[in-house]
Design a protein. Structure first.
Length: 352
Protein backbone atom coordinates (compact mmCIF):
# COMPACT_ATOMS: atom_id res chain seq x y z
CA UNK A 1 0.00 0.00 0.00
CA UNK A 2 1.31 3.37 -0.88
CA UNK A 3 0.63 6.14 1.64
CA UNK A 4 2.32 8.82 -0.42
CA UNK A 5 -0.68 9.54 -2.59
CA UNK A 6 -3.94 11.44 -2.51
CA UNK A 7 -5.83 8.40 -1.15
CA UNK A 8 -4.64 9.16 2.38
CA UNK A 9 -7.57 10.63 4.38
CA UNK A 10 -6.51 10.11 7.99
CA UNK A 11 -2.82 10.98 7.96
CA UNK A 12 -0.98 10.36 11.21
CA UNK A 13 0.00 14.02 11.36
CA UNK A 14 -3.65 14.82 12.15
CA UNK A 15 -3.43 12.91 15.45
CA UNK A 16 -1.34 13.36 18.58
CA UNK A 17 -0.24 9.73 18.74
CA UNK A 18 -1.14 6.18 17.81
CA UNK A 19 -3.62 5.85 20.67
CA UNK A 20 -5.61 8.82 19.40
CA UNK A 21 -5.39 7.49 15.84
CA UNK A 22 -6.67 4.05 16.90
CA UNK A 23 -9.55 5.69 18.78
CA UNK A 24 -11.21 6.21 15.39
CA UNK A 25 -12.47 2.63 15.88
CA UNK A 26 -15.35 4.06 17.88
CA UNK A 27 -16.25 7.01 15.64
CA UNK A 28 -17.76 5.32 12.59
CA UNK A 29 -14.70 6.15 10.45
CA UNK A 30 -13.69 3.48 7.95
CA UNK A 31 -10.34 1.78 7.70
CA UNK A 32 -8.37 2.06 4.48
CA UNK A 33 -9.06 -1.12 2.44
CA UNK A 34 -5.79 -0.53 0.56
CA UNK A 35 -3.90 -1.38 3.75
CA UNK A 36 -2.99 -5.05 3.61
CA UNK A 37 -4.31 -6.04 7.05
CA UNK A 38 -7.66 -4.34 6.41
CA UNK A 39 -8.00 -5.80 2.90
CA UNK A 40 -7.50 -9.30 4.22
CA UNK A 41 -9.70 -8.88 7.28
CA UNK A 42 -12.53 -7.45 5.16
CA UNK A 43 -12.58 -10.51 2.88
CA UNK A 44 -11.50 -13.42 5.09
CA UNK A 45 -13.09 -13.03 8.51
CA UNK A 46 -15.58 -15.72 9.49
CA UNK A 47 -18.72 -13.64 8.89
CA UNK A 48 -21.50 -13.93 6.32
CA UNK A 49 -20.64 -10.47 4.97
CA UNK A 50 -16.95 -11.28 4.45
CA UNK A 51 -17.77 -14.63 2.82
CA UNK A 52 -20.25 -13.04 0.41
CA UNK A 53 -17.81 -10.24 -0.40
CA UNK A 54 -14.95 -12.68 -1.07
CA UNK A 55 -17.13 -14.81 -3.37
CA UNK A 56 -18.16 -11.67 -5.27
CA UNK A 57 -14.54 -10.55 -5.61
CA UNK A 58 -13.36 -13.97 -6.81
CA UNK A 59 -16.10 -14.18 -9.42
CA UNK A 60 -15.29 -10.68 -10.63
CA UNK A 61 -11.58 -11.49 -10.85
CA UNK A 62 -11.95 -14.87 -12.58
CA UNK A 63 -15.02 -13.90 -14.64
CA UNK A 64 -16.59 -17.25 -13.72
CA UNK A 65 -19.31 -18.37 -11.33
CA UNK A 66 -17.99 -20.16 -8.26
CA UNK A 67 -19.92 -23.08 -6.78
CA UNK A 68 -17.82 -23.49 -3.64
CA UNK A 69 -14.49 -22.38 -2.23
CA UNK A 70 -12.16 -22.97 0.69
CA UNK A 71 -9.90 -20.35 2.23
CA UNK A 72 -6.43 -21.37 3.32
CA UNK A 73 -5.21 -18.36 5.35
CA UNK A 74 -1.43 -18.19 5.62
CA UNK A 75 -1.29 -15.58 8.40
CA UNK A 76 -3.59 -13.71 10.75
CA UNK A 77 -5.50 -10.78 9.23
CA UNK A 78 -4.51 -8.46 12.10
CA UNK A 79 -0.80 -9.31 12.23
CA UNK A 80 1.71 -6.57 11.42
CA UNK A 81 5.14 -7.20 9.99
CA UNK A 82 7.57 -4.95 8.22
CA UNK A 83 6.58 -6.23 4.81
CA UNK A 84 4.10 -4.38 2.66
CA UNK A 85 2.21 -7.36 1.32
CA UNK A 86 -0.34 -9.85 2.59
CA UNK A 87 -1.52 -12.84 0.62
CA UNK A 88 -4.01 -15.64 1.07
CA UNK A 89 -4.59 -18.87 -0.82
CA UNK A 90 -7.98 -20.15 -1.94
CA UNK A 91 -9.20 -23.38 -3.52
CA UNK A 92 -12.45 -23.18 -5.40
CA UNK A 93 -14.66 -25.07 -7.80
CA UNK A 94 -16.43 -23.32 -10.65
CA UNK A 95 -20.04 -24.14 -11.47
CA UNK A 96 -18.88 -26.22 -14.45
CA UNK A 97 -16.97 -28.51 -12.10
CA UNK A 98 -13.49 -27.23 -13.00
CA UNK A 99 -11.29 -26.61 -9.96
CA UNK A 100 -8.93 -23.70 -9.41
CA UNK A 101 -6.38 -22.47 -6.90
CA UNK A 102 -6.07 -18.74 -6.31
CA UNK A 103 -3.58 -16.49 -4.57
CA UNK A 104 -4.70 -12.98 -3.70
CA UNK A 105 -1.87 -10.54 -3.15
CA UNK A 106 -2.10 -6.97 -1.90
CA UNK A 107 1.32 -5.46 -2.59
CA UNK A 108 2.89 -2.15 -3.49
CA UNK A 109 6.53 -2.65 -4.38
CA UNK A 110 7.35 -0.84 -7.60
CA UNK A 111 9.99 -3.22 -8.94
CA UNK A 112 9.51 -5.64 -11.83
CA UNK A 113 6.22 -6.89 -10.49
CA UNK A 114 5.49 -8.76 -13.72
CA UNK A 115 8.31 -11.22 -13.13
CA UNK A 116 7.23 -11.67 -9.53
CA UNK A 117 3.66 -12.45 -10.61
CA UNK A 118 4.87 -14.99 -13.18
CA UNK A 119 6.95 -16.71 -10.52
CA UNK A 120 4.05 -16.72 -8.04
CA UNK A 121 1.54 -18.22 -10.47
CA UNK A 122 3.98 -20.95 -11.56
CA UNK A 123 4.81 -21.71 -7.90
CA UNK A 124 1.10 -21.98 -7.16
CA UNK A 125 0.66 -24.47 -10.00
CA UNK A 126 3.61 -26.58 -8.86
CA UNK A 127 2.31 -26.63 -5.27
CA UNK A 128 -0.98 -28.34 -6.07
CA UNK A 129 0.06 -30.82 -8.75
CA UNK A 130 1.16 -33.88 -6.79
CA UNK A 131 4.01 -36.15 -7.87
CA UNK A 132 2.78 -38.91 -10.16
CA UNK A 133 -0.48 -37.22 -11.15
CA UNK A 134 -1.35 -36.82 -14.81
CA UNK A 135 -1.16 -33.41 -16.46
CA UNK A 136 -4.96 -33.40 -16.64
CA UNK A 137 -4.95 -33.03 -12.85
CA UNK A 138 -3.13 -29.69 -13.06
CA UNK A 139 -5.61 -27.12 -11.71
CA UNK A 140 -6.35 -23.75 -13.25
CA UNK A 141 -4.52 -21.17 -11.14
CA UNK A 142 -4.92 -17.43 -10.70
CA UNK A 143 -2.55 -14.88 -9.18
CA UNK A 144 -4.58 -11.76 -8.41
CA UNK A 145 -2.80 -8.58 -7.33
CA UNK A 146 -4.24 -5.30 -6.09
CA UNK A 147 -1.67 -2.65 -7.05
CA UNK A 148 -1.75 0.85 -5.60
CA UNK A 149 0.64 1.97 -8.32
CA UNK A 150 0.66 1.84 -12.11
CA UNK A 151 2.41 -1.20 -13.53
CA UNK A 152 4.31 -0.03 -16.59
CA UNK A 153 3.31 -2.29 -19.42
CA UNK A 154 2.05 -1.47 -22.90
CA UNK A 155 -1.65 -2.03 -23.28
CA UNK A 156 -4.60 -2.01 -20.92
CA UNK A 157 -6.95 0.16 -23.00
CA UNK A 158 -10.62 -0.70 -22.65
CA UNK A 159 -10.99 -0.79 -26.46
CA UNK A 160 -9.40 0.56 -29.59
CA UNK A 161 -11.96 3.36 -29.69
CA UNK A 162 -11.66 4.23 -26.01
CA UNK A 163 -8.12 5.20 -25.06
CA UNK A 164 -8.74 5.49 -21.32
CA UNK A 165 -6.82 2.64 -19.67
CA UNK A 166 -8.68 0.09 -17.59
CA UNK A 167 -7.43 -0.68 -14.10
CA UNK A 168 -7.83 -4.38 -14.91
CA UNK A 169 -5.22 -6.32 -16.89
CA UNK A 170 -5.42 -10.05 -17.59
CA UNK A 171 -2.45 -12.17 -18.63
CA UNK A 172 -2.24 -15.77 -19.88
CA UNK A 173 0.15 -17.80 -21.99
CA UNK A 174 -0.71 -17.27 -25.65
CA UNK A 175 0.90 -17.34 -29.06
CA UNK A 176 1.78 -14.09 -30.78
CA UNK A 177 -1.47 -14.24 -32.76
CA UNK A 178 -3.50 -14.71 -29.55
CA UNK A 179 -4.06 -18.47 -29.53
CA UNK A 180 -4.37 -19.77 -25.97
CA UNK A 181 -1.97 -22.52 -24.87
CA UNK A 182 -3.93 -24.24 -22.09
CA UNK A 183 -5.58 -21.45 -20.10
CA UNK A 184 -4.03 -22.89 -16.93
CA UNK A 185 -1.84 -20.02 -15.69
CA UNK A 186 -3.70 -16.73 -15.20
CA UNK A 187 -2.51 -13.41 -13.79
CA UNK A 188 -4.84 -10.52 -12.96
CA UNK A 189 -3.65 -7.02 -12.06
CA UNK A 190 -5.97 -4.36 -10.60
CA UNK A 191 -4.16 -1.00 -10.80
CA UNK A 192 -6.05 1.39 -8.51
CA UNK A 193 -4.56 4.67 -9.85
CA UNK A 194 -6.25 3.91 -13.19
CA UNK A 195 -9.72 4.05 -11.63
CA UNK A 196 -10.05 7.77 -12.40
CA UNK A 197 -13.08 8.42 -14.63
CA UNK A 198 -14.79 5.06 -14.15
CA UNK A 199 -17.25 6.61 -11.68
CA UNK A 200 -19.11 7.96 -14.71
CA UNK A 201 -19.79 4.49 -16.15
CA UNK A 202 -20.87 2.33 -13.22
CA UNK A 203 -23.53 0.56 -15.31
CA UNK A 204 -21.13 -0.43 -18.10
CA UNK A 205 -18.00 -1.16 -16.08
CA UNK A 206 -16.97 -4.75 -15.55
CA UNK A 207 -17.59 -6.19 -12.10
CA UNK A 208 -13.87 -6.03 -11.28
CA UNK A 209 -13.63 -2.38 -12.42
CA UNK A 210 -16.39 -1.50 -9.95
CA UNK A 211 -14.53 -3.45 -7.28
CA UNK A 212 -11.48 -1.32 -8.08
CA UNK A 213 -13.54 1.84 -7.50
CA UNK A 214 -14.67 0.46 -4.15
CA UNK A 215 -11.17 -0.46 -3.00
CA UNK A 216 -9.82 2.93 -4.01
CA UNK A 217 -12.53 5.12 -2.44
CA UNK A 218 -14.55 3.14 0.14
CA UNK A 219 -12.98 5.07 3.04
CA UNK A 220 -13.21 8.49 1.37
CA UNK A 221 -16.11 10.58 2.74
CA UNK A 222 -16.00 12.73 -0.39
CA UNK A 223 -16.84 9.66 -2.49
CA UNK A 224 -19.71 8.43 -0.33
CA UNK A 225 -22.32 9.06 -3.04
CA UNK A 226 -20.39 6.97 -5.55
CA UNK A 227 -19.86 4.15 -3.06
CA UNK A 228 -23.56 4.22 -2.12
CA UNK A 229 -24.50 3.85 -5.80
CA UNK A 230 -22.12 0.92 -6.16
CA UNK A 231 -23.35 -0.89 -3.05
CA UNK A 232 -26.99 -0.42 -4.07
CA UNK A 233 -26.19 -1.74 -7.54
CA UNK A 234 -24.14 -4.80 -6.62
CA UNK A 235 -24.89 -7.06 -3.65
CA UNK A 236 -21.29 -8.27 -3.39
CA UNK A 237 -20.07 -4.72 -2.89
CA UNK A 238 -22.84 -4.07 -0.39
CA UNK A 239 -21.58 -7.02 1.64
CA UNK A 240 -18.02 -5.73 1.30
CA UNK A 241 -19.15 -2.36 2.66
CA UNK A 242 -20.81 -4.08 5.62
CA UNK A 243 -17.69 -6.12 6.29
CA UNK A 244 -15.46 -3.04 6.07
CA UNK A 245 -17.72 -1.21 8.54
CA UNK A 246 -17.54 -4.18 10.89
CA UNK A 247 -13.75 -4.58 10.86
CA UNK A 248 -13.40 -0.80 11.26
CA UNK A 249 -14.57 -1.18 14.86
CA UNK A 250 -11.47 -3.27 15.61
CA UNK A 251 -8.87 -1.11 17.37
CA UNK A 252 -6.12 -3.62 16.59
CA UNK A 253 -6.64 -3.00 12.88
CA UNK A 254 -6.43 0.77 13.44
CA UNK A 255 -3.13 0.25 15.24
CA UNK A 256 -1.92 -1.88 12.32
CA UNK A 257 -2.91 0.87 9.88
CA UNK A 258 -1.14 3.47 12.03
CA UNK A 259 2.08 1.46 12.19
CA UNK A 260 1.96 0.73 8.48
CA UNK A 261 1.43 4.39 7.65
CA UNK A 262 4.34 5.42 9.88
CA UNK A 263 6.51 2.82 8.19
CA UNK A 264 5.47 3.90 4.69
CA UNK A 265 5.98 7.59 5.38
CA UNK A 266 9.44 6.90 6.85
CA UNK A 267 10.28 4.75 3.84
CA UNK A 268 9.18 7.42 1.38
CA UNK A 269 11.00 10.12 3.35
CA UNK A 270 14.19 8.06 3.40
CA UNK A 271 14.08 7.62 -0.36
CA UNK A 272 13.50 11.33 -0.89
CA UNK A 273 16.29 12.29 1.52
CA UNK A 274 18.67 9.79 -0.05
CA UNK A 275 17.84 11.07 -3.51
CA UNK A 276 18.58 14.67 -2.51
CA UNK A 277 21.81 13.63 -0.80
CA UNK A 278 22.80 11.54 -3.77
CA UNK A 279 22.07 14.34 -6.20
CA UNK A 280 24.18 16.80 -4.23
CA UNK A 281 27.05 14.41 -3.71
CA UNK A 282 26.84 13.10 -7.25
CA UNK A 283 26.90 16.59 -8.69
CA UNK A 284 29.93 17.54 -6.58
CA UNK A 285 31.89 14.36 -7.31
CA UNK A 286 30.73 14.25 -10.88
CA UNK A 287 31.75 17.81 -11.57
CA UNK A 288 35.22 17.25 -10.11
CA UNK A 289 35.73 13.90 -11.81
CA UNK A 290 34.17 15.11 -15.01
CA UNK A 291 36.49 18.07 -15.33
CA UNK A 292 39.53 15.80 -14.91
CA UNK A 293 38.30 13.16 -17.34
CA UNK A 294 37.05 15.82 -19.69
CA UNK A 295 40.58 16.94 -20.37
CA UNK A 296 41.38 13.61 -22.00
CA UNK A 297 38.00 12.20 -23.01
CA UNK A 298 35.90 15.25 -23.61
CA UNK A 299 34.19 17.51 -21.08
CA UNK A 300 30.64 16.39 -21.81
CA UNK A 301 31.28 12.63 -21.50
CA UNK A 302 33.34 12.95 -18.34
CA UNK A 303 30.87 15.10 -16.40
CA UNK A 304 27.96 12.83 -17.35
CA UNK A 305 29.72 9.67 -16.18
CA UNK A 306 31.01 11.21 -12.96
CA UNK A 307 27.61 12.57 -11.95
CA UNK A 308 25.94 9.22 -12.66
CA UNK A 309 28.47 7.29 -10.55
CA UNK A 310 28.25 9.78 -7.69
CA UNK A 311 24.45 9.83 -7.72
CA UNK A 312 24.22 6.04 -7.52
CA UNK A 313 26.70 5.86 -4.64
CA UNK A 314 25.06 8.72 -2.72
CA UNK A 315 21.56 7.29 -3.03
CA UNK A 316 22.68 3.86 -1.78
CA UNK A 317 24.52 5.31 1.21
CA UNK A 318 21.61 7.59 2.13
CA UNK A 319 19.02 4.78 2.06
CA UNK A 320 21.23 2.52 4.20
CA UNK A 321 21.78 5.24 6.81
CA UNK A 322 18.07 6.01 6.98
CA UNK A 323 17.17 2.31 7.33
CA UNK A 324 19.58 1.92 10.26
CA UNK A 325 18.14 5.04 11.90
CA UNK A 326 14.61 3.72 11.42
CA UNK A 327 15.54 0.34 12.94
CA UNK A 328 17.09 2.01 16.01
CA UNK A 329 13.95 4.07 16.45
CA UNK A 330 11.93 0.85 16.33
CA UNK A 331 14.23 -0.70 18.98
CA UNK A 332 13.62 2.30 21.23
CA UNK A 333 9.94 1.31 21.23
CA UNK A 334 10.87 -1.94 23.00
CA UNK A 335 11.50 -4.28 20.07
CA UNK A 336 14.52 -6.58 19.76
CA UNK A 337 17.37 -6.01 17.32
CA UNK A 338 16.14 -8.95 15.25
CA UNK A 339 12.61 -7.52 15.04
CA UNK A 340 13.96 -4.07 14.20
CA UNK A 341 16.20 -5.51 11.47
CA UNK A 342 13.25 -7.35 9.92
CA UNK A 343 11.12 -4.22 10.19
CA UNK A 344 13.69 -2.04 8.38
CA UNK A 345 14.74 -4.85 6.02
CA UNK A 346 18.44 -4.70 6.94
CA UNK A 347 21.03 -7.10 8.31
CA UNK A 348 20.82 -7.50 12.11
CA UNK A 349 24.62 -7.13 12.37
CA UNK A 350 24.29 -3.43 11.46
CA UNK A 351 22.49 -2.87 14.79
CA UNK A 352 24.95 -4.72 17.05
Amino acid sequence: MSFGDKNVRKGVRSFADGKEYAAQAGTGALLNPRVDTTFKAMLTRNTSEAKAALKSFLEAATERKIAKWELRPNDLPVSFVGQRGVSCDISCEFDDGLSADIEMQAFNQEYDYGKRAEYQVSRLEATYLKRGESWEKAPVVYQISILNFIYDFKGGAKSDEEKRPSPVSRFAMRTKDGKCLSNTLNIVFVELPKVYGLEESLDTNTALENWAIFLKDADNPDKKDIIDKLTCKEKGLMEAQKSLSSVSTDMDLWWAEYRQEIYERDRISSIEAATKKGLAKGYEEGLSKGITEGISKGMKEGISKGMKDGLSKGRSEGIKEKAISLAKKYMSMGHSAKEAAEFAEIDESLLL
